[in-house]
Design a protein around this ligand. Structure first.
Ligand code: ATP
Ligand code: MG
Length: 417
């Protein structure tokens, strides 16, 4: 896959946008990955969209391995469904965006899909034969957040992966819940934050004392957790009390407080949702039993923001290889029909054949401008082809993460991919 930078729809900026406090949004806007519409609402430009799609692919792979199937629900939601669980009220849920139909009647815009999916499943779950299963989606969620100051980490509109499990009972549910935690750990490891992401005891969960959040250490996070790295125990400050400490067998003084961002969470509803929504199945003896439900979220766009917060320097973004918009950034120093461009085209063909995704800087711009844009974009491998490198018969290759610059042969370069 090859993209010519002269054709790429984007624009970099030297100055930080004035109306942004968050590093993730400042850098993503300066690097031309996103555009700001208003606080908490951003447009994804080609580079930003490519990163989001890479993250989605990783998440999709891990959800499919769990046996979950992808669906896509509507964002327009019924009032009567949310009334069944008492969550239509603005006093209970303070992030609702709502509107009225012209023909009469109120609708809500999906801030979550827990109730609508429970209601929907009344059409698809009739007997024990229909269970267990899970489905997931990548959905735009709309939330009327009061404070939207963390860039794409707290959007009023954002992309979430939400998955829902439907089980016969506790044992069945627990098995899937444990597998989902494993799958989430894999996702966070694959996007490069495995070492800094902790399964954290948090509030909520029916018939269980806790829900589990996936909290990633970052100064930009809005949460705080108490962590024991040795024992791999993390507790959200919202549930830090004597009872929690005793039940987990840790002492307050053995925990360090760190600031974190919640990148995902898993939640056990037990039979509560099923009962409230009227979601029952007939067991073997014909008895009506409430379906056991679980809910599992990952903040896709928040995750992208967290990656920028964690992986950047004064020059720009440093994408982990697994989610970078391109694998290689080839910088040509020389005009359209220079020797350097001819050599770059040849190299591109070789790399493309190996499945390498390439951004080729073919613009009529100064070397300095090209280099600083490359640092800002943060593509893992930068390759320079100039009259000088041609003369030396080597390529100049820079690793964006380490900053290391090497002169290597084309064969050596190709073997890197
Ligand atoms: P928070 O406490 O940060 O508001 P939440 O508890 O409301 O999060 P959930 O409703 O469980 O979050 O949503 C699932 C995931 O979606 C979260 O773990 C988080 O990664 C992401 N998320 C939640 N709210 C936002 C938002 N406003 N912008 C971007 N991502 C979000
Ligand atoms: Mg919230």
């Amino acid at each position: 896959m090859l993209m010519l930078q002269s054709k790429l729809f984007t624009k970099t900026r030297r100055e930080d946008p004035k109306d942004e406090q968050a590093k993730n949004a400042k850098l993503l806007i300066r690097a031309g990955f996103i555009n700001k519409e208003m606080a908490g609402a951003y447009d994804l430009l080609p580079l930003g969209l490519r990163v989001v799609e890479k993250i989605k692919s990783i998440v999709r792979e891990e959800m499919e391995k769990l046996g979950s199937q992808e669906i896509l629900m509507t964002s327009i939601q019924r009032k009567d469904v949310w009334e069944k669980t008492g969550r239509w009220s603005d006093e209970v849920v303070d992030v609702w965006f709502k509107s009225a139909l012209q023909v009469g009647g109120e609708v809500g815009f999906g801030w979550s899909h827990e109730e609508p999916i429970g209601d929907m499943m009344r059409n698809y779950i009739l007997s024990f034969r229909d269970l267990p299963f899970s489905v997931y989606q990548f959905q735009t969620k709309l939330r009327n957040e009061v404070r939207a100051k963390s860039g794409i980490m707290r959007g009023r509109e954002f992309m979430m992966k939400d998955m829902y499990s439907f089980s016969l009972g506790k044992e069945d549910h627990d098995r899937f819940y444990a597998a989902a935690i494993e799958a989430y750990n894999k996702v966070f490891a694959r996007v490069g934050i495995g070492a800094d992401t902790f399964v954290t005891f948090a509030a909520g969960g029916a018939f269980t004392k806790f829900s589990h959040e996936f909290q990633t250490i970052t100064e930009a996070g809005e949460d705080a957790i108490y962590l024991n790295r040795e024992k791999n125990i993390a507790i959200n400050e919202e549930v830090l009390n004597d009872e929690t400490l005793a039940s987990l067998g840790v002492k307050r003084e053995d925990l360090e407080k760190v600031s974190t961002a919640e990148v995902g969470n898993v939640f056990n509803f037990g039979t509560e949702k099923g009962e409230a929504l009227g979601l029952f199945f007939k067991d073997q003896s014909g008895e009506s039993i409430p379906v056991w439900m679980g809910s599992y979220g990952i903040g896709i766009t928040r995750l992208m923001g967290v990656l920028v917060e964690k992986f950047s320097d004064e020059k720009g973004i440093i994408w982990p290889k697994s989610v970078a918009p391109f694998d290689a950034h080839i910088i040509v120093i020389g005009g359209m029909d220079s020797e350097a461009m001819i050599a770059a085209n040849k190299l591109t063909e070789t790399l493309e054949a190996r499945g390498v995704e390439i951004l080729l800087d073919d613009r009529e711009a100064s070397a300095g401008e090209k280099f600083s844009d490359a640092d800002l974009f943060g593509i893992p491998t930068r390759i320079v082809i100039s009259p000088k490198t041609l003369e030396e018969g080597k390529l100049e290759v820079k690793d964006r993460a380490t900053g290391e610059v090497k002169k290597i042969s084309e064969e050596e370069l190709v073997s890197l991919f």
